[in-house]
Design a protein around this ligand. Sequence first.
Ligand code: FAD
Length: 543
Amino acid sequence: MKIVVVGGVAGGAGVAARARRIDETAEIVMFERGEHLSFSNCCLPFALSGIVDKSDKLVLMTPEGFWEKYRIKALVKHEVTEILPDKKEVKVKNLLTGECFTESYDKLALAPGANAILPASIKGIDRENVFVLKNVSDIKKIEVFVSEKKVKKISVVGGGFIGLEVAENFRAAGKEVSLVEGLSRVLKPLDEEMAQFLHKELLDNGIQLYLGKTVSEIGEGEVVLSSGERLPAEAVIMAIGVSPETKLAKDCGIELGQTGGILVNYNYQTNYPDIYAVGDAIELTNRLSHDKSRLPLAGPAQRQARAAADHMFGETHSNRGVIGSSCLHLFKLNVANTGLNEKDCKEHGYHYDFAYTLSTDKVGLMPDAHPLFFKLIFEKPTGRILGAQAVGKGSADKRIDVIAAMISMNATLEDLKELELCYSPHYSTARDVVNQAALVALNLLHGKFRQVPVYKVRELVESKACIIDVREEKEFARGHLIHAVNIPMSQFRERLSEIPRDVPVYLHCRSSQRSYNVICALQKLGYTNLYNISGSFLGISFY
Ligand code: FAD
């Protein structure tokens, strides 16, 4: 069997290495048009701050290494320029010599990735001070420019994962950084209110944040926004998203899907059964919404590569689609999400609700215990878990990984409530954040209490709704909502006459727990119109 692979990084190198493990006699040839193979894309931003101290370390394997260890012929600076499916051949151009040649295949794997979007509508987009971050050569170009031009002021355009990581790492390197994002918040997979924590973290760390703004022009030493604002920027990093690299596929009649990614079947075969495609270039199915989508992430690319290589040798995997799990480090915060967010649920007509919890990520007596802002989204009335988001200084990723596993197993809140997790005070609480979230969500599902989300607080304050803050007096004195009445948990039994029965009453404390307890007690005393402000004062402080 002769296997030809287009693209030599996450997906491509994955197919080639897996194919070799399956068949020692297969001839495997991998073409990569860039300078490097098998590098760590995900670690690229960390070379900007020196966390990865030399950009050369990002390259995990050389062509020589591929040959010596795996007998895979890997050629860099070789671009596959055409596919001839009928002849089962590809045309290849050696970008160093200009030489063109033809290579035959029995099976062809396409892993060409995705390209950073550079809108031609932005004047000056092709200036020498505009960069993208896709590979090791990009990092080297940025390093040289920043050091030769003694760049101090940098503008990052795009508040997705890559933009945020780039902004953080440049800031860590002592640069003055502005971040421009067209939406009203960063990191689209998060719901609006969860993204507020990230905004605060960015501002607290000296990043100038321009939300709901787009770039219209890039000039010498500045970025001009559509609003007319001018930001000083000696270098600009464009990170507004990627589009799948599909030209090669399209030109030879490979079908594309509705999202523009390469259409593949259950086994990652294109409409030509001997041509497979994996990674950022393909279209996927979201297993929750059943939507066609794209998910340019390394984990899915690796899984797809293994499945495609296996299928070349007759083995089939269980491809159940993706749910979309990701995580991010942002200064002192850890951020993670999985599954559907509220916007997705609304768009797909889900009957859903959500629980916020603000439990500490480990026992409060332990060093480094911090609140973890956790949002758990579930379907009504089934209680099926649909998604979750976590932000905090502790391990958000661990909690989201648990939820991702639960979603993958079609679990419900009841399953999550009963989930037995490991515990020691250094790591979590005896009832972990995720168990706690399930309990709160079950109470909501069963109508044991009602809530209003923290993002409704502004409306409540403006409409002079009856808000009772059940924190103790000293806490209230340190800061509180306008119009809120302080009836501490320790006093409410003696002050029932101050709690009206004829209007809705909104209660909150620091983390929603004490207010929940007060609500339980008041409900037993016949109060019916009570709402817990979920997200509570810790959340409110971000509004
Ligand atoms: P790529 O890894 O991009 O490889 C495609 C390769 O194909 C490219 O090198 C390209 O030069 C080559 N190619 C294209 N066309 C041709 C052709 N015609 N001939 C020859 N070669 C060709 N994912 C995460 O899950 N977590 C993270 O933290 C994370 N961080 C990231 C940070 C950055 C800065 C970037 C850029 C990406 C990050 N990703 C992350 C995404 C992840 O790296 C990608 O999802 C993954 O690399 C996709 O693999 P791929 O093989 O499809 O594409």
